[in-house]
Design a protein around this ligand. Sequence first.
Ligand SMILES: Cc1cc2nc3c(=O)[nH]c(=O)nc-3n(C[C@H](O)[C@H](O)[C@H](O)COP(=O)(O)OP(=O)(O)OC[C@H]3O[C@@H](n4cnc5c(N)ncnc54)[C@H](O)[C@@H]3O)c2cc1C
Length: 1020
Amino acid sequence: MAEPYVIKMPQLSDTMTEGVVVSWEKTIGEKVERGDIVATVETDKAIMDVEVFRDGYLSGPLAAVDSTVPVGEAMAYLVNGADDVQREGAAPVQAGEEEPAAPAAEPAAAEPAAPAAAAGAAAVPEGASYTISMQQLSDTMTEGVVVSWEKKPGDRIERGTVVATVETDKAIMDLEVFREGYLSGPLAPVDSTVLVGGAMAYLVDSPEQVVDEEAAPVAAAPTGTAAPGAAPAAQPAVRAAAATPSVALSGAAMASRPHGRGATPYARAIAGQRGIDLNGLRGSGPAGVIVAADVQGAPAAAPAPAGFPQVEVPGNGRAMNKLEKAISDAMTGSLSMPTFRVTTHIKLGALIKASKAQGASVTVTIAKACALAMQQFPKMNWCYQPQDKLVERANVDIGMAVSTEGGGLVVPVLRNCESRDLDALNEDFKDLVERARTRRLKPEEYTGSTFQISNMGMLGVSHFDAITTPGITAILAIAANTEQGSACTITADHRVVNGAEAAMYLKALKELVEQPESWMGTTGPAVPEGDWDYDVVVVGGGPGGEDCARDLASHGMKVALINDAPFPGGECLWRGCIPSKAWRAAADRIRDRLDDEHLGITPGKPKLDWNKLEASRRRVLETRGDMALKTDNGVKIKYIQGFGRFVDAHTVFIDTSGNSADPHTRARLGNKPQGESVTFGCAVIATGAPPFVPPIPGAIDGLAEGGGVLTSDTVWSLPEQPKRLVVIGGGAIGLEMAQLMQDFGAKVTLLEARDRILAEVEPEIAKHLTGVLNDDPRLDIHTSVNIDKISGKAGAVQVAYKDADGKRHTLKADYVIMGTGKRPVLDGLDLDKIGVATEGPAIKVDVHCRTSLGHVFAIGDVVPGYMLAHTAAQQGRVAAATILGEDMRYDQDKDCGVIFTRPEAAFVGLSVEQAKAKGIDAVEAKVPMNIDAKAMINNEQHGLIKLVADKQTQRIIGVHLLADHADTLIGEAVMMVSANLTLEQVGNAIHPHPTQTELFGELARRLASRLRRSAKVKQK
Ligand SMILES: Cc1cc2nc3c(=O)[nH]c(=O)nc-3n(C[C@H](O)[C@H](O)[C@H](O)COP(=O)(O)OP(=O)(O)OC[C@H]3O[C@@H](n4cnc5c(N)ncnc54)[C@H](O)[C@@H]3O)c2cc1C
């Protein structure tokens, strides 16, 4: 009576020592046929099928789903009859049998090497406990050549010992053994070819059993095919569990794995025998895995087409070696691909310099640039899968051709180029190249690339193209770098991308390669060698230009600050932040006096003395301006009053014809240019952005002297506070002006074309603020309006508009203030003379504030992004650091702002909406101000605070406030976001009582607790 057959955990990869049972595909008692999949198991690399090559009935005890079973240990049993099936308990005993089957715990190593096909049977040493067989070490490998024996017969073998090296079709690899014992012959001789699954040697339990002899050498099978009988004398052993390379059963070559799917070993063996291409088959196994039945049902491959013409040449061709054959097969496969080519010239100089500066290989840096360009054109990383499927891949695994020492190319794959940094990629690449040269790569290191690069620049070729192979869509060929650049050619599969897409991909790549600073960071000090008048010229003396100039000067740079006003400070000091906050301070006092009643203080009606306020405001501005100029002079910045205009890439002309002594009004250009030219190594453009007036009929005309239209440039010359005012535009400037003027006593109407105010502010905060502002007694806000016309003159202006329902209205006012935004004016700078790229009305820059010209920078309101003074100042410091050769970046996601209304709106970082748009799983918690004791005491109960955190890391990524004193409260929030603090850190910080800052700690603890609880529920 036969023993019950033990279904053991098979060794499904060379590194696998145990597997996890994922599912049972048959139930206990079910009839199992040869080739059936009985279970799936998770190896250290993938989830794979366990096939059984016997007939019988599945019997318990079954290893439980999710349990871990060492390789070689029992997972279940097969018995001959339904009556022998055992549902639980010990291993089944077949009827009439005295002894139980091999104990479940016994590893496969202890399983006697099964007698194999006839020829080899005699060679198996007595007492052999394990057959060391030729493993399948690559997808395409059907046989291997024994290169060396690292152990000799009689040597003690421990788990994980490398016993031999074998040559596959692609590399020379170590053959490890995961059993213990003594190495025994017959050993497959060095240089002999052994079929995958064929025996190479044996393990025996004791030194006495060792056979010290070689197997008889056998004529090698023709490359790529495994003719029956061509195997060495030691024939392949047949292992009990299915995953042993079953191709050895027949001696035929295993079919290659299908692209992007699995196929069971048995299915591949049958397909190999019958010459069937698995890519063309439907898989009926789990997740579309092709199983034996799918192959058996498929028609055998038609005889090879007449195909390639047989060319009669004199002489006898030698058989290709494995590598040559593998390349030949891949190239033949590429003939099935409808490809096209696109070429562009890319200048590699900057990238080569940047790579050197960072100690990175140029090839790796190009690979990283290729991966970054794929963020815009991900299709370049997909692939066509027969039949008519596209595989979309997020991981960019770039194969890069490397010549091996013995000739031929291997293509090591640099994994996850999209997410790993240059240092990590470089380390990997060094190691891969070293081993690729000597063909010591593992299969997973040279297979499965998603894009490829072939760089022949070092060989001086002026142009070439490379061949794509199945499994990728595109390959990039890089020729030698010339003055015109290097000819870079993409060969691409037209089933996946079209020519225009490939061309746009190349354009994106060109930008990244030619401007490596944009993603690699600084490549050393930016000031070029030369006899310049100034190391750096900064054009524009606002908060951006001034901070930049001071940082540079403090590092010993010779700096000129060119500003078209008698004092530095720019819009911020003279027409923006500071004067508006002087007005706000007066408005606050009026408001506070009116609000003191709840504390028992009898209010007296406050009265505003406009002239006194204006005198005080002007004094502050002039004092600050004077202090700033003295400091600039003191730190040896050369302050030059005049209008800067570029003459060429290293020269600026300073036009002094429009110079005026009045710092309070924006400078105007003179009629007849006069002045001097200065040369510079680097330039920083910090010219700001004046108010923008949209083409509303009557708006521009109304700006003229005596007209009734004011902007943030001209509002400062009002002779008295207006009594009736219309403000157009519900951004920060418009809202601040509207509310403070109502606090001064004016009747104010604010008209906004959009359906909400403060488009840049978190929606709930903006909505809440609208309600609070509308509660102010003399302020009305109307959104979704359409302004038809502005007419009249100062003191008697009319504004005609349609409301959201299309109803017409006309408002009468003393003035209209245009709060319709700001826009850079680049015309006067003559940027076309230096070729700086623009983005809409602004100057395009990277995170280092570098323009498209490596030595020219731009900062502040003249570049896209927030138009805020601290943003300009930070960007000024970033530009200075970059010029000095440091790596500093501007990160808008950590920037902040305050809208100085009452209550104030303030923000730092991201809202939930913004975070989600960036792919961050964000959550928020909020608290209303009216629960806070301090807010109650002061009757400052309007508003709320919101904390936004990244769910995964629990870091605080945004804080949004509407609260009195938000301008101070935001300071703590700025530290949370800029320092990447976690909910736990903020929750554990001790906040002083009674202050509104306690709300931060409370919110953080609450959100952390919510996340903790929801994580627990999920686990359940
Ligand atoms: C009413 C109002 C209130 C504001 N409130 C705030 C606030 O509370 N907080 C905040 O952060 N921001 C506020 N801002 C915005 C802030 O003023 C600007 O964002 C900031 O000033 C921009 O700094 P900058 O250095 O880029 O440019 P600017 O401050 O505009 O400085 C540019 C300077 O360059 C000069 N210039 C231009 N062209 C040339 C040239 N070719 N040659 C020589 N000189 C030239 C300009 O005359 C100016 O002096 C406010 C703005 C306004 C209008």
